[in-house]
Design a protein around this ligand. Sequence first.
Ligand code: DAH
Length: 493
Amino acid sequence: MRAVCSRAQLWTGREALKVLICLGNAVSRPYKICTQCRYSSTASQNPFSSFLTTTPSSKVDLQGQSYEKDDWFNLPPTIASQIARKLHVQKDHPISITRAIIESKFPSQTYKYHNDFFPIVSTLQNFDSLGFPLDHPGRSKTDTYYINKGTVLRTHTSAHQADVFRRNESEGFLISADVYRRDAIDRSHYPIFHQMEAARVWDRKTVPNGDIAAAVWKDMEALPKHNMTVEDPNPPMHPERNPLQKKHLEDEAAAIAAHLKRSLELVVAEIFSRAKKAAIMANPDFADEQLKVRWVEAYFPFTSPSWELEIFWQGDWLEVLGSGVVAQDIMTNAGVPSQIGWAFGIGLERIAMLLFEIPDIRLFWSQDERFLSQFRGVMDNLDSLKRFVPFSKYPACYKDVAFWLRSSSSAAGGGGSTFHENDIMEIVRDIGGDNVEDVVKFDEFTHPKSGRKSLCYRINYRSLERTLTNEEANSYHEEVRKALVEKLGVELR
Ligand code: DAH
């Protein structure tokens, strides 16, 4: 296939972010798969398919623990080797700075901070404890890294919710952690990212007169106000679209919703006021756009009613978090049936990209001093937070690959269910590592007679740290072509 090596147009941080941090807006709502709040999806797509071959049963050592592998194992060494990085607790790393800014809006007298939960969890913790149905696409091998059938790298911080409720140590908590998902390759997606989970509960047994609604409204009144414009057109609950739980009274769920929403609006106001300050530091003539924020109804298996918060940013609505009133079954199963409250989950990379104007998610993993030095000292003095200044833009090197799928795969027109694009993404990532900027499918057709399917992908090889030679890119690409044949059984065209 044609290989194009060119100098891509220069992106400013703003332009790149605007295009890249678009999360689900273009896709119709009920079927959207948003990688950072993907569990709002109701889509059902080949949940148990993967072409990738698995290693025969044996043991694997990860993070000082030994695990039995089985035929669910799909963890590549490139991911395993990054588990120890824990960017959310590295001093002065932008992910850690973002965490600290969000934590500052949740006082530690009420909210206990958990920043060191172990990343390998059971499927019980990651899915069952939260009420994920057995056929939920999030459980599939194509989306999740499995060590064995019952053990995964956590795909979200919600995996720890039930355990922390069971510990019952505080009225509220925050959990920050690295999470792992098999995914597309582009400048806003990386198979490891960071989330922050929070919850706040009230106990029927200890609030005055057992009146949850009154206690929550009182706490709500004590929260600071903000002057942001927030659109919230829907009622707190709706019998079909966003129902009240059977065990809850309407006025208590409404009070909890109000407390949740105000708490999160305060986070957004804080982030954007810091972002604005940084923008003015970089450019005193910076013209501020009116910040617009809106609540939209959502669905998660573990909350009801549920909402997402969207921010209007440079012409688009960006979804930044998922939240809701915690499913009462979670509380009951955690041994605290008298408690009721809210929870939310927020992706830290997305917020950090907005806050610092970081245009490519791979930068967070950079060990380059030109990146890291820009954030030194910020955690000791958050007011010194500055925008990221891109150090250079190296040339892109585009290479195409086209192939016929195996005729047995569903995407190839047969009845099986064995092809998933994430398998291609992983092969490319395994070989090219962070030297791959994005992988895009640009053509697809089905042969009218044979019913066989052909796919064409364009891979952009570009390092963030240096110029890649054409020879290097060619050698990556040759390896990718070979691996596609060996691992996915495709026929190159
Ligand atoms: N865990 C969800 C995800 O990763 C986000 C989320 C949604 C967390 C709602 C919550 C919640 O705690 O209440 O997509």
